[in-house]
Design a protein around this ligand. Sequence first.
Ligand SMILES: Nc1ncnc2c1ncn2[C@@H]1O[C@H](COP(=O)(O)OP(=O)(O)OP(=O)(O)O)[C@@H](O)[C@H]1O
Ligand SMILES: [Mg+2]
Length: 397
Amino acid sequence: MKKAPEKIAPAPSREVAELRARLAEADETLRAIRHGEVDTVMVAGKQGRQVFTLQGAELAYRALIESMNEGALTLTADKTILYANQCFARFVKLPLEQVIGSSFRSFLSVEDSATLRPHMKQAAHSGAKMQMMLHAGDGSLRPVQISVRELAGKNTDAVIIGMVVTDMTEARRTEEMLRALTNRVVQVQEAERGRVALELHDHITQLLCAIGFRSQTLANKLSARDAPAKKEAIALGKLLGGAAEEVERISRHLRPGVLDQLGLNAVLRATSREFTQRTGVAIALTGVELATRLPHDTELALYRVLQEALRNVEQHARAKNVNVSLSQSDGGVQLAIGDDGVGFDPDRRLTKRKGKRGLGLLGMRERANYVGGALTVKSAPRAGTVIKVRIPLVPAA
Ligand SMILES: Nc1ncnc2c1ncn2[C@@H]1O[C@H](COP(=O)(O)OP(=O)(O)OP(=O)(O)O)[C@@H](O)[C@H]1O
Ligand SMILES: [Mg+2]
């Protein structure tokens, strides 16, 4: 009897069929993630497996989230990404399926990750915003602002955090351009002031002195019989002397050479003395004598702020007393100029000149920003005004 041929096991076997089915399921899951059709994510954590259901996963809502130019995410409390839109995947330059299920911390530096922690806590109560650098899959960095808010989980006790990630690249670029432009304006302004100061000193003052000298000679030549003309010539000489002094004062203000030679303390004293003599408003100068010279740009910025603040006191404040104080602490230098005048509402500071916005306060703020500092204005009607500028001092290398 012929032996029946041995039967070969049917292929695929049951295991292979099972594996195929699981592969197809994984494929389908990936496809669903890619097309934003995932409503539920299972996360294996310390507390075992947890199922997170995405709230409001209707088509219209999803279409809206997917069409945003901001990254939109939902996260667990330990910052595992449950859902991310395509825009966020573009930000981090990774396929969406790689983003979902990963930790949001993997896109941050260690420092940013540490700063995020207290913000997440605050998010539970009121929502929070912060700026940070997003580390993309290809190693590139992107400045972003993230807004975090805890979403109330209706069907689950687990905390879900909603996050919107806004790309700040363009805003940063505009900010940098503005800063560069401001720096250039300040430099050009100083150079122009220097040129005008020199012209005034070299030409106008010299000319006024020469005419003054001539009028004195004329007065000397006139005999006693021409008494009225002689008196007139002497008065003319005095007037010319006064005009020459005034031009010198303007020239000094335009280009404070004495700042380079004597330093900020001396210039603050001289400016205050001159202001009181001219306007009759008393200035109390308080604070420390700075032990060392500050960088030239810092001294110049503080001096320009003082000038502009005193100009405002003279023009607008109707003050009786002014306080000027200079102090150094916590790696920075502060200058405060306070007056007891009429004050104003800083939020509505239109000038009286046809409702035009003045440039003084704006210029002071730019001066402070130029050297990395900040300016604050505290004022209220009938409550005086305090202008404060604080500039950080970078320790010498
Ligand atoms: N010390 C002050 N006391 C009272 N009001 C002030 C004081 N400083 C500023 N202000 C008010 O704020 C407004 C804006 O001041 P800012 O220096 O910016 O412009 P301005 O002095 O009007 O014009 P500009 O400085 O360009 O000549 C002033 O018009 C004035 O109403
Ligand atoms: Mg002004």
